[in-house]
Design a protein around this ligand. Structure first.
Ligand code: SF4
Length: 290
């Protein structure tokens, strides 16, 4: 489904609400329909050559309003998969970037229309049940940015703490880089490993490939600094696929990492041709170089 279908869906959802009908010349008959329409229309989806760069912190806030409620967060699925040698996974919704190489499904772009709310307790029960059933000792929240809705994440971590499982937290580092106190809150969880995934080595690359304003490219590097300072178990990954990131920019990224004292393992990522990735690249006007 793309924008047109989602707008129709918004119209139908609004129509199904028990709102008093008012006479209106507008296509949308009532307040609820207009509310959904506004959200669908204004919420940034995949990038195109005409997309306006956005503030990722503001997008995080907007997204949290859609995908979070109290300590609940939207998910579409819970399952086990073979990565990391077997891991119980909750597929959540919502991100504060719009990477052109992103593999997650279109719930990222249209979170309003997708998923169901799960309390931290309920999400944990599903993660734990699937882990025990499959005999795996790792858990993660994937499919979106897990650091959105901090109360949900921290509540899930509190529950996982009582299990023998390792929680792998894969993050783009935007919220951590903006808030050292958030990083500090995670210090007490000894059973987590954080994977910070860098998307760019300079402001231009960040803006071009994530849609976020270039000035925010610093935040994931700040996240690395804060994690190091707090002594939290983590490593850095980077989307350095040569088809997307120029060699010069990769060098700048490596230099920057070194300058902030990161000399450990760097996991260099390649862009996998998932169907959603292919659509995003095409919509953004990219041709992946071989
Ligand atoms: S690749 Fe990660 S950070 Fe980028 S849009 Fe997808 S989920 Fe968000």
């Amino acid at each position: 489904m793309f924008r047109k279908e989602y707008i129709q869906e918004a119209y139908n959802r609004g129509k199904n609400q028990s709102q008093p009908k008012r006479r209106s010349d507008s296509f949308f008959d009532n307040e609820v329909q207009r509310y959904y329409f506004k959200l669908v229309e204004e919420y940034p989806s995949f990038l195109t050559p005409h997309s306006k760069p956005f503030d990722p912190l503001e997008l995080a806030r907007q997204t949290e309003e859609i995908v979070g409620k109290g300590n609940s967060r939207k998910y579409t699925d819970f399952y086990c998969t073979g990565v990391y040698g077997g891991i119980s996974t909750g597929y959540t919704i919502g991100c504060c970037l719009r990477c052109v190489f992103c593999w997650v499904d279109f719930s990222r772009d249209f979170p309003l229309q997708t998923g169901q709310f799960f309390s931290a307790q309920h999400a944990f029960q599903n993660l734990n049940h699937n882990a025990r059933k499959a005999g795996v000792k790792k858990m993660r929240i994937s499919g979106g940015e897990p650091t959105l809705c901090p109360e949900h994440l921290v509540s899930v971590l509190e529950l996982i703490r009582e299990t023998p499982c390792l929680f792998i937290l894969e993050t783009n580092g935007i919220l951590f880089g903006n808030d050292p106190d958030y990083v500090n809150r995670l210090k007490k969880y000894r059973n987590i490993h954080i994977r910070v995934s860098l998307k760019a080595g300079n402001p231009e690359g960040f803006e071009r490939r994530t849609g976020g304003k270039g000035e925010f490219y610093e935040l994931p590097f700040k996240a690395v600094e804060y994690l190091k300072k707090e002594g939290i178990n983590f490593h850095v990954a980077a989307m350095t696929d040569p088809g997307l990131m120029p060699g010069e920019e990769r060098k700048m990224m490596l230099t920057r990492l070194k300058s902030i004292g990161y000399n450990d393992y760097l996991e260099e990522e390649r862009c996998d041709p998932y169907p959603s990735t292919a659509v995003r690249l095409e919509k953004a006007g990219y041709k992946l170089r071989k």
